[in-house]
Design a protein around this ligand. Structure first.
Ligand code: FES
Ligand code: FES
Length: 152
């Protein structure tokens, strides 16, 4: 079947298999590997994207369900060749180690800061509770979120 959707402001049209995930379509059909595939069952958050402005796990959404909708991935957050302030904050605070969790955490943080400009630690914890990181121990990630919030 054919689907048509807006990804990071650009219109895309592609043939898909009806059972394939949005994550698969992003990575394998649209050439956008920023969203990571770690668990493929909604447990790790590494595939987080914004679908019509709502944070979702792309591995749990069928590509067919995104037909006619608007998607933002980690590749679409920056503007004019510049990193998004959340991306800069993650890099500056050392919140990126292996980096596998980072795209999902960044998208989830962008979603959080759109809802709470100055989130409390509890609000950060709640918002990022679906994103697993094996490397950092989360302290630097909290620093990154606080820094990005300060710069808003
Ligand atoms: S790959 Fe989607 S939640 Fe882990
Ligand atoms: S930086 Fe390696 S999993 Fe988070």
């Amino acid at each position: 079947m054919k689907i048509s959707l807006t990804v990071n402001g650009e219109q895309h049209e592609t043939e898909i298999w009806p059972g394939e995930s949005l994550l698969y379509a992003l990575r394998e059909r649209f050439g956008l590997p920023g969203s990571k595939n770690a668990c493929e069952q909604g447990e790790c958050g590494s595939c987080s994207v914004l679908l019509d402005g709502t944070l979702v796990c792309a591995c749990l959404v069928l590509a067919a369900q995104a037909d006619g909708h608007e998607l933002v991935t980690v590749e679409g957050l920056g503007e004019d060749g510049q990193l998004h302030r959340v991306q800069e904050a993650f890099a500056e605070t050392g919140a990126v180690q292996c980096g596998f969790c980072t795209p999902g955490l960044i998208v989830a943080t962008v979603d959080l800061l759109a809802r709470y400009a100055r989130p409390s630690d509890d609000e950060i914890r709640e918002a990022l509770s679906g994103n697993v990181c094996r490397c950092t121990g989360y302290a630097k990630i909290f620093d990154a979120v606080r820094l990005a919030a300060e710069r808003s």
